[in-house]
Design a binder for this molecule. Structure first.
Ligand code: SF4
Ligand code: SF4
Length: 437
């Protein structure tokens, strides 16, 4: 029944990849509606960032064992998907294991690499689950993460584990069939890992082995397509967006506050009583998610919710309400509000009710020391500080609200040209006093 398998396979393939592509395109529409932002990078820098931070995951190696585990997982996950290409070719050509005719003598090596990586990825998933469920690493059991976040993370880890198990099951059953004389494999070199499992299957009849082989094949494929359809709704979208986000790392010092010439022009005109000239922005800073630079919205969709930023945040460590991870999660939740709203009401509909301040409180953003430790820590080059600063700008410049300490400082800057309570004429008084001592 090759044809039936193939028809069902292609229906599942198009449904899964189509759902993934459609949802990612919709997300990209929301991102592109953010404020303009100049990355100030060249193509060479983008490629370098992609390799260093996206593929080699440089920042993960601050903690070498976790770094090694991650890089093997990512490498494994993507290389294993070469198997997917073989499966598609298998369905198109109705030929079992078509890569063996292309790769020739290198095919057993290809299978060996795939199987080793499948085992590594499967163990890595168990290790990550163990850290979450048994060791309960503090940053992974922080109150930022609700039940949905935990469920999402655990579900994906279990799904990837079974993706690997299914592929190993398929190979083991296939090799057991080979041992029974069903030669779909043209070489004498045994499969490196699954030939050992196949020995335990030697007592099974051919019908059972065919069933197990199909179970592995369909299990892997259906799970893969279901994952593709689900990922855009999950924090695990970072599996794809982290490559885009790291490539698009802005070329500027980490934590640098964006210079806004239009704000300077308006303040100067206010102080001097002259016309600011040019078109004035509708609002300063960010009241809502689309007031943010598009890069901040991409950051929000890329966040892995790993919590390294929050673990390094001095405000969080000293018991303040601020958590940079929560800033990213809430920004994404608000961006998803827009996504849902426009899906239901059309992409020209006015924005949904509410604002980003319904998700992130002033208490949180005012607690930030602007130290940029969160930016430094983030393994995928996300900048939570940019969102905090844009929201602060809005509170201060558009709504005229600031904490008492800031208001005093602003008044001093306005009156004295400096944050202190002394007039400019007294600025060197302390030095004169020192000389007379
Ligand atoms: S910049 Fe703000 S949010 Fe980031 S680590 Fe420092 S205090 Fe925390
Ligand atoms: S912003 Fe970066 S460090 Fe913080 S939770 Fe998200 S991915 Fe992790």
């Amino acid at each position: 029944m090759w044809w039936l398998d193939n028809v069902l396979f292609f229906i599942a393939l198009f449904a899964g990849t189509g759902a993934f592509a459609y949802q990612v395109w919709q997300i990209s529409r929301v991102i592109r509606r953010g404020r303009p932002f100049d990355l100030n990078t060249t193509t060479t820098q983008k490629i370098k960032n992609l390799i260093v931070y996206g593929i080699l995951q440089k920042k993960m190696f601050k903690y070498p064992p976790v770094g090694v585990m991650h890089i093997l997982t990512v490498a494994g996950f993507f290389i294993i998907n070469l198997e997917m290409i073989e499966i598609i070719a298998e369905a198109l050509t109705e030929t079992k294991r078509p890569f063996q005719y292309v790769l020739g003598e290198a095919y057993p090596l290809f299978i060996a690499v795939l199987e080793i990586l499948a085992v590594i990825v499967a163990f890595a998933m168990l290790f990550f689950l163990f850290r979450r469920l048994v060791l309960r690493v503090p940053r992974l059991s922080h109150p930022d993460l609700d039940k949905k976040s935990h469920l999402d993370a655990n579900m994906i880890l279990v799904a990837v584990f079974f993706l690997m198990v299914f592929i190993l099951l398929m190979n083991a059953a296939d090799y057991a069939l080979y041992l029974k004389g069903e030669h779909t494999y043209a070489f004498s070199t045994p499969f490196l890992v699954t030939s050992w499992v196949a020995m335990f299957m030697a007592g099974m009849d051919a019908g059972t082995l065919h069933f197990l082989e199909r179970l592995g094949w369909w299990g892997h494929n259906l799970l893969m397509f279901a994952l593709a359809a689900y990922l855009p709704r999950s924090k695990h979208l970072h599996m794809f967006f982290s490559f885009v986000n790291t490539a698009l790392t802005p070329n500027m010092p980490r934590g640098k506050m964006l210079h806004k010439p239009e704000i300077k022009a308006v303040i100067e005109s206010f102080l001097t009583g002259t016309d600011a000239g040019g078109e004035q922005p509708e609002r300063f800073g960010a009241r809502d998610v689309l007031d943010l630079p598009w890069k901040s919205i991409l950051d929000a969709f890329t966040c892995t919710e790993c919590g390294r930023c929050t673990a390094a945040c001095p405000a969080n460590q000293t018991g303040k309400k601020l958590s940079p991870r929560r800033i990213m999660m809430m920004t994404r939740d608000r961006a998803e509000d827009y996504l849902r709203h426009w899906r239901q009401n059309g992409w020209d509909a006015p924005p949904p009710e509410g604002s980003l301040f319904d998700y992130i409180s002033e208490e949180e953003i005012n607690a930030c020391t602007t130290c940029a430790a969160c930016v430094e820590e983030c393994p995928v080059n996300i900048n939570p500080l940019m969102i905090i600063l844009e929201m602060r700008r809005h509170i201060v410049l558009d709504e005229g609200r600031a904490s008492r300490e800031w208001t005093i400082m602003f008044q001093n800057v306005e009156n004295n040209g400096a944050p202190w309570q002394f007039p400019p004429t007294d600025r060197d008084k302390w030095a004169r006093e020192l000389q007379t001592q």
